[in-house]
Design a binder for this molecule. Structure first.
Ligand SMILES: *[C@@H]1O[C@H](CO)[C@@H](O)[C@H](O)[C@H]1NC(C)=O
Length: 216
């Protein structure tokens, strides 16, 4: 299959936040808000609790998880992905509820061999049901510098994006005409898989939300 190296899972960087209840968005200290779940020295809280950084080396990765649960929020994550041969690395950033019928919003960056692009994989689970995968190749080099990846989750919508304006009004974050054009551009030029176009997979008809997401 030409992807044998992919099977040798090199490392994981996991960023996990648990949600369910509302919490004031004001950032306290990461010492109070987050638990480092694995990675020892590779996960660090610094700057008096204002910064939390994760890294991976050739042996393993690192991860953290929020202590609290949230209902709605805007989550910004700055990531610089492994360069060169990154096949077998998975960098993931997800929000998940606990228990049966769980909800989840996922960002996964799947590494590749040198010179081949990362795949960004997104999914949303609602009441334990996923099957809402989309995949993208990025329009910039995610290994050259830190980029901000954002999940906006409010009562109107869920957006996973790397083109969000620095706008604190995430609670009612509307997508304006420019934003819709930008999303269309990403979907037309950079999306490599969309479950909403997979008629072979959903032989009994596409999921109902696919009609609405096309509007975007
Ligand atoms: C690796 O790159 C190839 C193109 O060279 C692409 O077809 C494939 O989807 C990529 N794999 C991953 C896991 O991103």
């Amino acid at each position: 299959m030409g992807h044998s190296s992919y099977a040798n899972s090199k490392a994981w960087v996991v960023a996990l936040a648990i949600l369910c209840m509302i919490v004031a968005a004001s950032a306290g200290s990461f010492y109070d808000e987050m638990d480092i779940t694995f990675g020892g020295e590779r996960a660090k809280i610094s700057n008096g609790g204002q910064d939390l950084s994760l890294s991976l080396d050739q042996y393993s990765g690192s991860g953290f998880q929020s202590k609290h649960e949230y209902l709605f929020g805007r989550f910004d994550m700055q990531l610089k992905l492994v360069s060169g041969n990154s096949a077998g690395t998975v960098t993931t950033f997800y929000l998940s509820s606990q228990g049966a019928g769980h909800d989840e919003i996922d960002f996964e960056f799947l590494g590749n061999t040198s010179g081949s692009p990362y795949t960004v994989h997104t999914n949303v689970y609602s009441q334990g049901k996923g099957n809402k995968e989309q995949q993208f190749h990025l329009w910039f080099d995610p290994t050259a510098a830190f980029h901000t990846y954002t999940i906006v989750w409010n009562a109107q919508r869920i957006m996973s994006t790397s083109s969000v304006n620095d706008n604190r009004a995430w609670r009612t974050q509307e997508v304006d005409a420019a934003g819709r054009n930008r999303i269309r551009w990403v979907q037309n030029k950079h999306m490599i898989y969309n479950y909403c176009n997979d008629h072979k997979r959903f032989t009994n008809g596409l999921p109902t939300e696919c009609k609405r997401s096309r509007f975007l």
